[in-house]
Design a protein around this ligand. Sequence first.
Ligand code: ATP
Length: 468
Amino acid sequence: MSTESTTPTAVTMDKITALCKRRGFVFAGSEIYGGFVGSFDYGPYGVELANNIKAAWWQAMVQHERNIVGLDSAIVTHPKVWEASGHVGGFSDPLVECRECNTRSRADHLLEEIDVFADEKMSVEEINQVFDAHRDKLVCPKCGQKNFGTVRQFNLLAQTNLGNFSEDWSKEPAYLRGETCQGIYLNYKNVLDSSRVKVPFGIAQIGKAFRNEIAPRQYIFRKREFEQMEMQMFVPPAEEMSIYEIWKQKRMQYYVDLGFKPENLRFHEHENLVFYAKAAFDIEYKFPFGFKELEGVHARGNYDLTQHQTFSGVSLEYTDPYTNEKYLPHVVETSVGLDRTFLAVMTEFYDEDNLGGETRTVLRFPFKLAPIKVAVFPLLKNRPELVAKAEEVFALVSKHFRAEFDDNGNVGKRYRRQDEIGTPYCVTIDFDTLGEENPVLKDTVTIRHRDTGEQERVAIADLANYLK
Ligand code: ATP
């Protein structure tokens, strides 16, 4: 069957959000209550895709690496952790409010839109100076007026009263973690003492993080409750930069290996390094709204361990087993958001083409990411012998893969439904499968390929091996 790509497919946010809602990938959080800003829920296909993204990351970062181990640390920790990390004092974004409509925006993002650089590492005075110099060009995204107040720093840490029963718990709050890596630093010694790892070694973790984002926007790109996939590698100081370079390249290659086009990815060097960092690059992806940060790869020196050692009073030094040298390891970090990866995957593999004269929407997911790997169809739903055989085939393939059974509507429509959710294979059980017309074809099925529409005949006994 011929496929013609209506090249190049313009992937817009409208198309992605509509498909995600229509087909149950992503729903607005608390929708029946009118929504809750910055909150989204993953639906039946979304949770499958998200789980597959996490599994692919875990496979690359833990399974394929000899010296990286996993962790699942608590979301709420001792509050001092966030003092030590610098989040209580300095985890803030520059907030500015529109005097006309009271919409709050990030000052650095408003400036970025007119190509002026500013970031959260600047002092509030510095950012106000830059902001004032460009006020005449800065427009409120909501009402279009140019009447902003003064920029102030707004702390992004979300507080909680978990474990605190005092009247005014906000005086001594605990915090929902603002990033997953602090749990890794807290457990670095535990892992070292309980596993057979030696420096250099890494700890990987996937988990929720929370930030009181001033202006969550661009769908799941910037949420208030989101998920991170982070790896911290603890390295000898002298090897920090060479190990950093390796991880920078590895993380870029990871996306190419997943099937991303190299031209949709690029490195972006941080203009303004925090004082302890040696190097920081973002891997940016070309989202429908332009190139934006997908992942950060950072060389962080020994800042994090130094801070926790000082605040906890517990030595976090490592003793080299060969030289007996004692030192605080330096950290190389790779940090990516699950939700941003999800949006990047939807963008990258979304396509519209013309298959056999019909226009269709198709998600060209690689097999390992596809929410459903195979759909099983009885040709006709009113023929019990076809349905029974299809149920048998479903039971067989679903032992190996996430599969779906569909007997609704004509087969062409069923193909379109599966194309839209990115299912690589559809298997149809027809009268030949029953051996009614040609005994040679008994116990074979038709496999239809998502990307080309091509079909072939395969024995049921070979299906599990074939579908990979
Ligand atoms: P940004 O500059 O876009 O606010 P960041 O530099 O603060 O991001 P990091 O603190 O380096 O982000 O977090 C690591 C990764 O976590 C980011 O690259 C991104 O993929 C993800 N991430 C951060 N904040 C959010 C968020 N609010 N919603 C979804 N993902 C996020």
